[in-house]
Design a binder for this molecule. Structure first.
Ligand SMILES: [Zn+2]
Length: 443
């Protein structure tokens, strides 16, 4: 970690509860945290590294609250049977792909997703991993990629019964081993949750084992919930309960747990999520792509559910996902005035809370004591940029610009659109292409 970094003379968009626009301000980062946000003349005799942000906007780094690094090698894949519904998407594409992954594939597919994230100013990611053919050590391979890129990530292995008892047992062990390992590490860059695939691929016996182990380890869970109606149908037919009720029974819900999607939940399930302070992560682009519906983010928020935003690996660009989230709520409600507060809060207020509880850091705000995670955009606003309209500039303007500089904990990962890492991106891509080609042959 560099001792100190000074980002000079930018337009600082602090975001956070006291969101302000501070023109010609500098941000001093010391020991990984924001130490000062002051007018540019205020800091004299600074000896550390400087970044000139003149003419640029300086923002807190973005958080992706649900993704799958292993999906990177699906880009350009054509040899899949077409799917008529969500379960066929899993069977024809994702379960064939993830079953064929090797440990090296896990490492490289993570690197690809992480380098993309740096390019978009995304600094913290919550991943959900599956590689049933290479379970043991898969999270360690991904962790290596996370550390080499300098980003922050929370990892888990998605436990499931879909590949039989032996693989389920390995899934339990990989989660437990990695959670214990993260506990022993002093730094906060890599964290763990207990991963579960989804209610419909986990038997009561396996769910019970996961719950017991997870509670013993005092960890939260990360699981897909009611992504398609078929998850609810299965739960009602086989367990006589709705999905969220079933998870409540096993005490999988709670303030440290993340449920992705929650599209097909009813009002009662929304209340259970709110009561247990379980986070819901909305992934609109993936949901539209899979034709599974649009989560009722407005109603979830109205009932007090903490709703964050993820990409489910469709992109690493959180502002792109934010825009689609907004259009999705407009279409769902058939009202172009609804949903703006809910979806912008999901990204800028709730993702920082979700990640904050995992990493123990203050995210989503540039203020003294917050994480030194910064995204800088070369954005010269053609209309006034003031305290009250920052979100409009983010959705309609800054989202259309590539990130210029990305910083995590005061360490510069990209500067002026050039990666500042000990990684040769061309070599990474070349090896990834070879691995992807072989993976596609094995599928
Ligand atoms: Zn997912």
């Amino acid at each position: 970690m560099p001792d100190s970094l000074l980002i000079e003379n930018g337009t600082v968009l602090t975001l956070g509860r006291n969101s302000r626009v501070l023109p010609r301000h500098s941000v001093l980062i010391e020991k990984g945290l924001v130490a000062k946000v002051v007018p540019k003349q205020a800091i004299k005799n600074f000896r550390g590294k400087r970044i000139n942000a003149t003419g640029k906007v300086v923002l807190p780094g973005f958080i992706n609250a649900h993704t799958h690094f292993y999906s990177s090698f699906a880009r350009g894949l054509t040899r899949t049977k077409s799917a008529k519904n969500f379960n066929e998407v899993l069977k024809n594409l994702w379960w064939r792909l993830d079953s064929a992954l090797t440990t090296e594939d896990c490492y490289y597919s993570a690197l690809i997703a992480l380098l993309d994230s740096i390019r978009h100013g995304t600094t913290t990611l919550i991943d959900h991993h599956a590689s049933p053919g290479a379970v043991a050590g898969s999270l360690g391979a991904i962790e290596r990629a996370v550390r080499e890129t300098g980003l922050q990530a929370c990892l888990c292995y998605e436990l499931s019964d879909r590949d039989g008892a032996r693989i389920a047992k390995e899934g339990l062990a990989e989660n437990a081993r990695f959670i214990r390992q993260c506990r022993q590490q002093k730094d906060s860059r890599v964290k763990a949750l207990f991963g579960l695939h989804a209610s419909f691929t986990i038997s009561d016996a396996t769910m019970e084992k996961a719950a017991t182990l997870g509670h013993e380890l005092r960890t939260g869970f990360h699981i897909h919930v009611a992504e398609a109606q078929s998850d609810q149908d299965w739960a009602l037919r086989h367990h006589g309960k709705r999905v969220v009720e079933r998870l409540k029974k096993f005490e999988i819900l709670g303030p440290r747990s993340i449920t992705a999607h929650c599209i097909h939940v009813n009002r009662h399930e929304m209340d259970l999520l709110a009561e247990t302070r379980t986070a819901v992560v909305h992934n609109p682009q993936s949901n539209m792509n899979n034709a599974v519906g649009v989560a009722n983010v407005i109603e979830l928020a109205r009932r007090g559910v903490l709703v964050g935003l993820g990409t489910d690996a469709m992109t690493t660009n959180m502002l792109e996902e934010l825009r689609v989230a907004l259009w999705g709520q407009h279409l769902r409600a058939e009202n172009p005035s609804l949903g703006f507060d809910e979806v912008t809060s999901a990204l800028f207020a709730n993702n920082p809370r979700i990640a904050g509880s995992v990493f123990g850091l203050r995210f989503g705000e540039i203020c003294e004591g917050a994480a030194g995670d910064i995204a800088i955009f070369d954005y010269d606003p053609p209309t006034p940029l003031e305290g009250g309209n920052v979100l409009g500039h983010l959705v309609f303007g800054i989202s259309q610009t590539a990130a210029d500089t990305t910083i995590v904990g005061g360490r510069v990962l990209m500067e002026n659109r050039k990666l500042a890492l000990n990684l040769d991106e061309a070599r990474v891509n070349a090896r990834a292409r070879e691995l992807a080609k072989n993976l596609w042959k094995r599928m």
